[in-house]
Design a protein around this ligand. Sequence first.
Ligand code: PLP
Length: 366
Amino acid sequence: MSSHRWSLDTQAVALGRPAHAAGQPVNEPITLSSTYRAGADLSYARVGNPTWSAFEEAVGGLEGGHALAFASGMASISAVLSLVPHGGVVVAPHHAYSGTTGLLADLSASGAITVRHVDISDSDEVLAALALEPVADLLIAESPTNPMLEVADLPAVIAAGHDIGALVMVDNTFATPLLQRPLSDGADIVIHSATKYLSGHSDVLLGVAITPDTEVGRDLGERLHSHRTSRGAIPGPMEVWLALRGLRTLSVRTERSGATAAVLAQRLAEHPAVSRVRYPGWGSIVAIEVAAVEGRTAAESAEAVCERTHLWTHSTSLGGVESQIERRRRHTAEVETVPDNLVRLSVGIESLEDLWQDLASALDAN
Ligand code: PLP
């Protein structure tokens, strides 16, 4: 049976394995070698590595294109930005991941690009920003956004980008290919911080960029590959092996943490210490705003909740099996339109009732 007829759940388990032949290992080994014996196409490990190829086959299958592993999510975003001509225009969400927003600000300050920020959930605003003269070269559609959880109408904004000749990159980190497959909506490039759900255990930094199997997609893939090689934006084989191992359980992790997040979002909406809940109705991230209590600002009240939890880990990042909690504005790099009492919850796979008890008692103490 060919893999394209398998469900995505199955592909996450089955793709990127060594050949089905007697005596072959079941898992792709970690290839720790900086060079290869002469005489074949692959000669040096900055260009390629068999462990990367196994991971790339699996992620490429899940997203429906060809994948390239990068040193981190930011390395994959940098590679995509290298496709924008000098002085070109990039349209991006106000509330994209703060690292992305920071990189765009740096490139804009140096004159390399012009950035137009939009509410990515407002397709009319996105369309207007794309079409303004000079028209945009690249649309970055992070959806849902980190940490405000705005959701883009991907088919609409991708079509609008293509109408004016822009490339469209979707940051699919929060959704994963199990919940959203932007290449089937026409996106030119999908990227992930594979640090998050794809690897799923908070033990690696890794990025990946996926391009479709079309003429344009293959050309983009070659340009991204060439960027990765020449800039050396490559991952370590150990990280990639760990990510491939983590990817095997993506389906059960997504199901479990998503079901828990949906219940937590409902319960949180009824908690008196919570003034607002943001949850798109799917996925494993919930953002809450914590109400101010007497003698404390809302930001201080939010920070106090994060410091009181025992099971929820007070730390940055998301997408691991362990639940994480963080007030985003504790980072000065976070955009100021993110409310300073907003707490991002990355729901893991622990028991729902244990998570609720820990969170509710941290909120009750406010
Ligand atoms: N994109 C999103 C949505 C993220 O949340 C992050 C990191 O948090 C990144 C990109 C950057 O990824 P990395 O930290 O792997 O470089």
